[in-house]
Design a protein around this ligand. Sequence first.
Ligand code: NAP
Length: 248
Amino acid sequence: MSQLADRIAVVTGASRGIGRGIALELAKRGATVLVNYHASADAANAVVEQIQAGGGTALAVQADVSTEDGANALIKAAGDAYGKIDILVNNAGTTRDNVIMMMKPEDFDAVIQSNLRSAWLCSKAAARSMMRKRSGRIINITSISGLRGQAGQTNYSASKAGIVGLTKALAKEIGPRGITVNAVAPGFVLTDLTRDLPQELVDQMLPLIPLGKWATVEDVAYAVAFLASDEAAMITGEVLTVDGGMSA
Ligand code: NAP
């Protein structure tokens, strides 16, 4: 399967979890992948090695994408190494859950910065190069928490709802330059991010999923790979949920 051959993809937060799965899937389909990470250098290098072992090309790039310098340096790394960027997946994210009465303003700001500001900064940096060549794909990872709201996640839900707005506005703004901008909204996926959720909350959610099972990292990666493919050329400003029907 080499439908993404010759494409240069940047995946933010690709050292672990969903981002790792997206990086592996895009590479499997022929893309050269920049594996961004913040702190987990060993994990990011392991993703690169796995891609190389499968005959692909990848590069680990450390950058805190919630900062302007970090986001710009990451996108510049793609240009420096490969001369262009075709696909940007804004996946990096975090949580600092609490009820609003206990949540500190720093917890609100940190989550907005990691999840929303990072996507805006990386999109801005990548759009410049994509607009010049009049093609590109930006895929933002939001969450059903951003569509429905989740108690205990006022910061996270706001950041993810913000990503939906960013996706739709940017799709309108740079669509005329041949760039599509879409979002993927996973339901619950077992990763480091969700490992510590209270078991009773997890147990309450499962019966709400019509397909009766949790989404996997691979389920999310397939949706991203589709939106990055030529077959999705006419789709922009969309939010594709990958939640087993939970939010239907
Ligand atoms: P995860 O396992 O905790 O991995 C988070 C990744 O983001 C790591 O690679 C981490 O890098 C990176 N990261 C965090 N802040 C960063 C920053 N400032 N700069 C660069 N990289 C940064 O999380 P996940 O569950 O895979 O989640 C990935 C995305 O999917 C997030 O946007 C999350 O909101 C979304 N999502 C997850 C679920 C779910 O159930 N898991 C559901 C819906 C949406 P380091 O390893 O270097 O720290």
